[in-house]
Design a protein around this ligand. Structure first.
Ligand SMILES: [Zn+2]
Length: 276
């Protein structure tokens, strides 16, 4: 069993500190309260300021690549002058039909990838999850059930979804996730304190192919590969994959092309955690 659950030595253990947007929100709330005490007839203005503030918080949570609610990897960090590589991330599996074919394609190109797996699916397809890790890929946390209302959950429910996936993945594979990606990339201000407590980093992406909704492999490839640069984080799906010609999951048409292009540009496919 591949055990990678030793405590991290990469400075991951950070303490939660509110991002600037939350300080600003607190100031808006205090300001609105003070204004209403001083001039009660100003209440429509105070209410308007609060509504605008909450709209800003919601917008930040609906924007997957936003850094406004806390740290969020949208590229690999620079590696002191060395090439960082490109991280292919594959979400929503494992899938008993698609994932084994993805693993074969990756092996044919000697490429490593990061799988953001759903905890309940890791339990259900435990052998497949172990196969992913035994081939040198990484499994990271994509919540236990991939709830579609994840971004509306409070801190307690959010913590349960993430910590249960953390336990499922560790129990099945022996490897503790180091990264979290929110279902559909959507979140709210409660997420960052939970991730800090569980010593997880939030990762989104540089570009995504929209391959759960777009069955056109050419279009998905162009979105991802245009232009490919060192440090990119790319998003594809082995679970919930759109089906193209003959019912073929889009990722199986896109991934070999992408891997060929990476090789031709001498960009090395790496796992996210290799950049820690
Ligand atoms: Zn997902």
């Amino acid at each position: 069993m591949n055990r990678q659950d030793a405590p991290s030595r990469d400075g991951l253990a950070r303490r939660w500190s509110p991002p600037p947007l939350l300080y600003a929100s607190a100031a808006v709330h205090l300001g609105a309260a003070a204004a209403m005490l001083a001039r009660p007839r100003a209440w429509p203005w105070a209410l308007g300021a609060l509504a605008a503030n909450h709209a800003a918080l919601a917008a930040a949570g609906l924007w997957p690549r936003s850094q406004l609610l806390g740290p969020n990897w949208i590229r690999l960090p620079a590696q002191d002058g060395a090439a960082a590589g490109v991280a292919i991330t594959i979400d929503d599996g494992p899938d008993p039909d698609v994932t084994p074919q993805v693993l074969s394609q990756l092996a044919a190109h000697h490429a490593l990838a990061t799988f953001f797996c759903v905890g309940a699916r890791v339990e259900r397809y435990a052998n497949l999850a172990r196969e992913i890790v035994s081939r040198g890929h990484a499994i990271e946390n994509h919540s236990q059930r991939h709830r579609h209302n994840f971004s509306l959950l409070g801190p307690g429910s959010m913590s349960v979804e993430i910590s249960r996936a953390q336990e499922s993945i560790l129990r099945v594979t022996g490897s503790r996730p180091r990264f979290f990606r929110a279902p559909a990339g959507l979140r709210n201000p409660f997420l960052d304190p939970v991730l800090t407590r569980l010593q997880l980093r939030l990762a989104s992406w540089t570009r995504r192919g929209f391959d759960t909704v777009n069955a056109n492999a050419d279009a998905v490839y162009r979105r991802l590969a245009n232009p490919l640069q060192d440090g990119d984080i790319l998003l594809l799906h082995d679970g919930n994959a759109a089906r193209g010609r003959g019912g073929k999951p889009v990722i199986l048409e896109v991934l070999p092309r992408l891997l060929d292009t990476l090789a031709s540009k001498q960009l090395r496919p790496v796992t996210l955690r290799s950049a820690l």
